[in-house]
Design a protein. Structure first.
Ligand code: GLU
Length: 512
């Protein structure tokens, strides 16, 4: 490859970016980094009917959250701007005219009613959907069926018109896709697509090809849904004389639903797990779409998860930083088949990334929850709690959710444990243990265990018998982290307090 690699992510601002779109952005980013090229963000906003307020900002924020910062973009600028197609409007018409002059496109004046009429007429006869093509176009109102003078007169009279591509008869368009291999399509399967709309705006096809050319894009990496449009694009490149610099294509496999069959859709976000990177307020409704960010996923875990949805490194390695991905990534390791979305895998990545965080960082997650509860944040204690909890959490919020007992005395006790383990014998042990602990100033794990052993010995009770009762009295729960560690973090005073409180509250439940 001698030309510098230039790739683009070209979303339309029609709503929040789905994770499929974000994966496309990620693969483009990785490819650019791998080849020391440029990653361009181009906003494809030529369809004003589908424009959604806030969608562009969402795209920019989502990329930023994931660390996929474009080298050129509407916000940042660059040598090939502007990067919003609506701001590039002026240049498309000239290329459309060139296509008409070369005989590869034509003006069509059919009104919506006339098109509807043709649709009905032709559908009734053949049962096939009407398409503007080499056969039907000769029955329609366009510059192929009218004289030059008539055409000029209509345009001069400001009659609305569109420009359509004149798809040739009986040809085959061949192209090479870096993921799917050779693709060939007969022109009879392609209709005379509109290139310029009556409002003077280009369609996606026209704008996409013109901009990829002018922005010197070397590789088009995009979702599989665009593969059927690619032969059309190849024709446009060819007719504009740009075939030599035409980008290479790579169409990414679909993301498949977690449950059942088919493509992962925006509606799958209703299953209680996110399919969007960031939260999105649905306009004019009270509803929100949940986001990975707000659900507690770390951006590096999310990116790692996304990278492996369709690409594999060819080794057993699963944990990759963005930097490592940039080195390891290659298009030839992208699978052809769809990749199944699996939220449990996303959770697993989050766990792995939380595990390797510094204890201070983990402790920091407690800050907001504690202040929300009016509990003072003591770094020393928060650090200890975070360290105990690191292997037990999926989300940062879990440190608080699952570790609340470190900060609050239990008000409820696990019923099942109480029913089975709250015996006179155990309560006596706990009472003696409380008395023994109060005599201490601090308690290490070893000291906690040593003291308990002495109490057990005196009462002639084995540790196995009393363990769950001890845990439930201190934490309210039937299971959790190592109990001696819990005791050492709570400290002797607090433990004595909790044991005595439990004994008092649960007095009626003691079994003799
Ligand atoms: N604007 C198209 C989209 O929203 C871009 C497709 C392409 O990358 O060519 O997906």
């Amino acid at each position: 490859m001698n030309k510098p690699v230039r790739v683009r992510f070209a979303p339309s601002p029609t709503g929040p970016l789905h994770i499929g779109g974000l994966r496309t952005a990620l693969y483009n980013f990785l490819f650019a980094r791998k080849h020391k090229g440029s990653f361009v963000l181009r906003i494809e906003d030529t369809d004003s009917n589908r424009y959604v307020q806030g969608a562009e900002e969402y795209i920019v924020n989502a990329l930023e959250w994931c660390g996929l910062i474009p080298d050129e973009s509407p916000g940042k600028g660059g040598d090939f701007g502007p990067y919003r197609q609506s701001e590039r409007k002026a240049q498309y018409a000239g290329f459309a005219r060139e296509l008409v002059e070369k005989g590869h496109a034509y003006y069509a004046f059919d009104t919506p009613e006339e098109l509807e009429g043709a649709r009905k007429r032709l559908q009734d006869n053949k049962g096939k959907h009407f398409q503007y093509n080499p056969f039907t176009r000769l029955q329609m109102k366009n510059s192929l069926t009218m004289s030059k003078e008539e055409t000029i007169a209509l345009i001069a009279a400001q009659t609305p018109f569109v420009v359509r591509l004149k798809v040739p008869e009986n040809e085959t368009v061949e192209l090479h896709d870096l993921i799917r291999g050779n693709v060939s399509v007969k022109t009879e399967e392609i209709d005379d697509k509109i290139l310029m709309k009556s409002d003077g705006m280009p369609t996606y096809h026209m704008a996409n090809v013109v901009d990829d050319h002018l922005m010197q894009i070397t590789h088009v990496i995009r979702g599989e849904e665009w593969l059927p449009s690619t032969p059309l694009h190849v024709m446009i490149y060819r007719y504009l004389g740009w075939e030599d610099t035409m980008p290479e294509f790579a169409h990414l496999p679909l993301l498949l639903k977690q449950e059942g069959k088919g493509k992962l859709s925006k509606r799958d976000g209703k299953h209680g797990y996110p399919v969007f990177p960031l939260e999105w307020d649905i306009p004019e409704s009270e509803e929100k779409l949940i986001g990975f960010r707000e659900s507690g996923y770390l951006p590096d875990a999310f990116i790692n998860f996304l990278a492996l949805l369709g690409w594999n490194p060819g080794t057993e390695q699963e944990i990759f930083s963005l930097e490592e991905l940039s080195h390891a990534f290659s298009i030839d390791r992208i699978g052809k088949g769809g990749a199944k979305f699996d939220i449990n895998k996303a959770k697993w990545f989050n766990q792995q990334y939380l595990k390797i965080k510094s204890t201070h960082e983990l402790a920091g997650y407690l800050n907001a929850s504690l202040s929300g509860e009016g509990i003072e944040f003591l770094t020393d204690k928060a650090v200890k709690v975070a360290d105990v909890m690191r292997d037990r959490i999926t989300f940062p919020e879990d440190i608080w959710q699952k570790g609340q007992f470190f900060f609050k005395q239990p008000t409820e006790y696990d019923e099942k444990v109480i029913r089975k383990k709250w015996t006179r014998e155990n309560v006596n042990v706990l009472s003696d243990y409380a008395d023994a602990l109060i005599a201490l100033e601090t308690v290490s794990e070893e000291k906690a265990k040593g003291t308990l052993d002495v109490v057990l010995e005196l009462n002639k009770v084995t540790i196995g018998k009393v363990m769950q009762a001890l845990r439930v009295a201190l934490t309210g729960e039937g299971e959790g982290p190592d109990i001696m560690r819990i005791i050492s973090i709570l400290g002797p005073n607090e433990c004595t307090n909790r044991l005595r409180t439990a004994i008092e509250i649960l007095d009626d439940h003691v079994k003799d």
